[in-house]
Design a protein around this ligand. Structure first.
Ligand code: ZN
Length: 403
């Protein structure tokens, strides 16, 4: 029996709604491929793309499938990046529709990944396929960089895929990452950067004892309160042109002492800082250590440890490429989107080391939630915006001036 190399497509891949539905029907919860990359492989191969499916692994971790595809051999190379993995369903009984059904009702497409980010990836892919079909001789190349490990540890995904592509001699001029950037409508927001993230773990050591004999004990809570107050006392910075001020949040404070008549031996706290481009993880950690040292003096015994992080802050300077994306959004929606650096981290933090990256995608209101969904109109708008962007880009490549 012959096994076909690619599944037969029973839908039009240039239809962003049909492509999103087909993707949602692949249960690709991280780390499972779920058929999603196989589907995209089939779609892109049929359209003349050169498709690769590198698999990456690491000790103690499941292997992860990824996809890289390119059409064209010349520059400039515009890469469209995204992920096909999705977060788990959560409370399955709370879903009013099958999370992997991809049904459309009253102009809304339902399912896990509808907005984060199968919908965004499918709509951009459909727009790119239409552009190439209408302009088969367009100068330059379009590439797709798709990982199955964005919602997981992000170790065997984009970071390794970029390195793999670079080692093969692939060079990118600009990247569009299709994460759901819009809070409420398709004209809201383009992301041109992201804050970094640093997590610190603080332990204050004391001496356990009887509360009635405090001179025989040393209460670590007193020292912990002093240290945390010192971390919070002065703003880390005042923000920068494109970034809000860096922000520190204490996320937990633990003593675990069930007795009201015992001074505990140890207090622990964890804090997370979302920081702007004033800092690197290293300079920020040094500043935190300085504040702790000063507040502790000789009287508080503490230890501080920082989680390893590759979540640096970065900014793609507004220039011709950012303007081109904003122009396309404005032309299709009637409103110019804001340029923002808010929200969590994304794979753009890896891509920025290879080329300028801009994020734009559908409305993210229901991402990671039960009953995740996306408006059909938003998928159609993103398809049209992508088509318009590619038309402008390959007529007048953004080039290095957009750096
Ligand atoms: Zn996402």
């Amino acid at each position: 029996m012959d096994i076909p190399a690619h599944p037969r497509l029973d839908f039009d891949p240039l239809d962003p709604v049909a492509l999103t539905q087909a993707l949602i029907r692949c249960p690709s919860v991280t780390p499972h491929e779920g058929g999603a990359l196989t589907l995209l492989d089939a779609v892109l191969s049929a359209q003349g793309y050169d498709v690769h499916r590198p698999v990456f692994g690491a000790p103690g971790m499941p292997d992860i499938e990824n996809l890289y595809a390119r059409i064209g051999t010349q520059g400039p190379v515009l890469v469209i990046a995204g992920h096909t993995d999705v977060v788990p369903v959560g409370d399955a009984t709370a879903w009013t529709r099958d999370p992997f059904g991809g049904v459309v009702e009253d102009g809304v497409l339902h399912g896990r990944g509808a907005c984060d980010m199968k919908g965004g990836l499918a709509a951009m892919m459909a727009g790119a396929l239409r552009f190439r079909r209408e302009n088969p001789d367009a100068p330059g190349s379009i590439a797709f960089l798709v990982t199955g490990d964005e919602e997981g540890p992000a170790v065997n995904g984009t970071v390794k895929l970029l390195k793999w592509a670079h080692q093969r001699g692939e060079r990118f001029d600009h990247c569009l990452l299709g994460e759901p950037t819009n809070p409420a409508s398709m004209s809201d927001m383009i992301k041109i950067g992201r804050r970094g993230s640093l997590t610190g773990r603080l332990t204050v050591n004391g001496k356990q004892g009887h509360v009635g004999y405090p001179h025989l004990a040393d209460n670590p809570i007193r020292g912990m309160v002093r240290l945390l107050a010192a971390l919070d006392a002065t703003p880390l910075d005042g923000g920068t042109e494109h970034f809000d001020p860096s922000n520190l949040e204490v996320t937990t404070l633990d003593v675990g002492n069930p007795a009201s008549n015992v001074v505990p031996a140890q207090a622990k706290a964890v804090f997370n800082i979302r920081f702007n481009d004033v800092w690197t993880p290293q300079t920020l950690a040094a500043e935190i250590e300085r504040r702790l040292r000063e507040a502790a003096g000789n009287s508080v015994r503490y230890e501080i440890a920082f989680d390893p992080t590759n979540a640096v802050a970065f900014l793609t300077q507004p220039g011709p490429f950012v303007a081109m994306v904003a122009d396309a959004v404005e032309a299709e929606t009637g409103q110019r989107p804001a340029l923002s650096t808010t929200g969590g981290t994304s794979d753009a933090r890896f891509i920025k080391s290879y080329c300028p990256v801009v994020e734009y995608g559908v409305v993210g209101q229901t991402m990671h939630q039960v009953n995740e969904c996306v408006a059909v109109a938003d998928l159609l708008a993103l398809e049209a915006i992508t088509h318009r962007l590619l038309t402008a880009y390959f007529k007048a490549p953004g080039g290095t001036e957009a750096q």
